[in-house]
Design a protein around this ligand. Structure first.
Ligand SMILES: Cc1cc2nc3c(=O)[nH]c(=O)nc-3n(C[C@H](O)[C@H](O)[C@H](O)COP(=O)(O)OP(=O)(O)OC[C@H]3O[C@@H](n4cnc5c(N)ncnc54)[C@H](O)[C@@H]3O)c2cc1C
Length: 491
């Protein structure tokens, strides 16, 4: 096992089928992560003969070490997506990302994947008090992008998550979470049952994509195929180094706490996944009163166990009421980040396909990529062309990695500073309110009428959310409405 990724516990020793004989097939897929396996499953279901070649073992990298949150959309915020390609194409891409999530849901059933433990609902919380931005985002998602979302007021967020770090929330009732490891195992058996052949310990060392029948070389076998799908993420290496060079590798680490007892339910009542809008923390409660938490990132590979302390400290920072927590298990993997933030999906030349660069949101997007590529090869579905505006852009080599780390640190640092400022403002507002109440009380006792307080000259009124007018049955489930026209920017 490489030190780059995977959990700390020793990989289960099991029989791995290595390719030791030559093969002639329709489609050869390089990489048995989520992207490669979904492509294999869909192509085999549509009747193609498929071989997946995996250099280590199925789910070796990020795909076997993720948190299992499935939401529509991409790593790139929706507002930026619209800015880059326009409203109509953004709508089409968003709808494809929803199809990807539905593909996962359709496969991740208890009958097909026992123990998958699907639970509903995910919450995105803001680290700053940004109610006006939230409103425009809710309107756009609900009305224009046909995605069911609810806006949560600060009080509702804090009733579910007892911390002053989070302000408003966007709740996705149709998002869901699954056991990430069970999913990759389930996907493997579904692909095998559909007829795909999966070979592990079989690195692809070179490809020759010219000609109608393409050639693929591994240490102990040669293959010929009409199509090659490169789904090797950042580790692709020799077969097409220029492609791996378009990805900035980011290692993301996660931990599971030891059981936390009753104190966990006191502090975190929300049952689904929680992410913050700055992409810093991602967590959810697991069975047995444990907390699953992903946060630290690096641009170099490291043993996940090294980050146990950092994860425990981060949990305490966000939820000080939890007190000291013990991290019982750690894991991590490398994600491939593109320069433009969107995945790489498409045909590089006739019969040579790419499916990578899924970043932090890879479950729905890799499912979508697998479907698009298989359907294009077998049915002539050309919707993958919607990704053409997002070309392959060199990620900058080692200097790019360093820059990426600095930008990441700066981004996290500035998000933390913005969060601290928002909490400071909130404290000041509370103090002002208490002062005003005291003043009003003093005036009442003195028999004076309180004077209305005017805002200081030149100081804009803060944008306010009008309190929701909830239906009797469901208090505060309505998206908030702007009081004085605060429809701000998108995401
Ligand atoms: C801690 C963590 C939490 C995450 N949580 C979530 C989440 O909750 N929701 C979500 O949507 N996303 C999440 N992600 C992101 C998601 O896991 C990734 O985007 C996704 O797994 C990428 O899948 P992939 O198939 O492209 O890549 P990989 O998982 O990297 O798979 C690529 C495979 O190709 C193989 N390979 C490479 N080169 C070769 C070669 N030359 N020959 C043979 N084989 C090769 C590799 O060995 C590897 O197994 C998370 C990621 C991490 C690290």
């Amino acid at each position: 096992m490489s030190e780059t990724s995977t959990s700390d516990d020793a990989a289960t020793l099991r029989d791995r089928a290595r390719l030791t004989f030559d093969l002639d097939i329709d489609i050869c897929i390089v990489g048995a992560g989520l992207a490669g396996l979904t492509t294999a499953l869909e192509a085999a279901r549509l009747g193609a003969s498929v071989a997946v070649l995996e250099g280590r073992h199925v789910g070796w990298n990020a795909s076997g070490h993720q948190l299992g949150t499935v939401k529509p959309g991409y790593g790139l915020p929706l507002g930026e997506l619209i800015e880059r390609i326009g409203f109509e194409d953004a709508r089409e891409l968003w709808s494809l990302s929803k199809e990807g999530a539905e593909f996962v849901r359709a496969n991740a059933t208890e009958e097909q994947m026992p123990g998958i433990g699907l639970t509903e609902g995910a919450l995105e919380v803001s680290n700053v008090d940004a109610g006006d931005q939230l409103i425009s985002r809710l309107q756009m998602l609900n009305d224009d992008f046909e995605t069911e979302v609810e806006g949560w007021q600060i009080e509702r967020v804090r009733a579910q998550l007892r911390t002053d770090r989070y302000f408003h929330g966007v709740y996705y009732p149709k998002a869901f979470q699954i056991d990430g490891r069970k999913y990759i195992e389930g996907l493997t058996s579904l692909a095998r049952r559909a007829g795909a052949r999966i070979f592990e310990d079989t690195p692809v060392v070179s490809i020759d994509p010219s000609g109608i029948r393409k050639r693929i070389v591994t240490p102990s076998a040669r293959l010929r195929a009409s199509h090659i799908v490169l789904a090797g993420n950042i580790h692709l290496g020799a077969p097409l180094r220029r492609l791996s060079d378009t990805l900035l590798p980011v290692w993301r680490f996660a931990g599971v706490t030891a059981p936390l007892g009753d104190r966990l339910a006191d502090v975190i009542a929300f049952k689904g996944s929680v992410t913050d809008t700055d992409g810093i923390d991602h967590f959810r409660v697991l069975d047995g009163g444990r907390l699953l938490w992903a946060s630290p990132e690096t641009t170099w590979s490291a043993r996940p166990r090294r980050f146990a302390g950092a994860i425990a400290r981060r949990i305490q920072t966000v939820f000080p009421r939890l007190g000291k927590v013990e991290i019982a298990e750690t894991f991590g993997g490398a994600i491939g980040q593109t320069v433009h933030g969107m995945p790489q999906i498409g045909q590089l030349r006739k019969g040579l396909w790419v499916a990578s660069g899924f970043g932090r949101q890879g479950i729905n997007t890799s499912a979508m990529a697998g479907q698009l590529i298989a359907r294009s090869i077998l049915w002539g579905d050309e919707r993958w062309r919607l990704f053409s505006p997002f070309e392959l852009v060199w990620a900058g080599g080692p200097i790019g990695r360093l820059a990426g780390q600095l930008v990441g640190m700066w981004g996290r640092g500035s998000a933390a500073a913005a969060g601290a400022l928002a909490r400071h403002r909130e404290r000041v507002r509370t103090q002002e309110r208490i002062r005003e109440e005291r003043l009003a009380e003093a005036n009442r006792q003195a028999g004076n009428r309180p004077q209305p307080r005017r805002p200081a000259p030149g100081r804009p009124r803060p944008a306010r959310l009008r309190p929701p007018e909830p239906p009797a049955s469901q208090p505060s489930a309505q998206p908030p409405v702007p009081a004085d026209q605060g429809s701000g920017e998108g995401t």
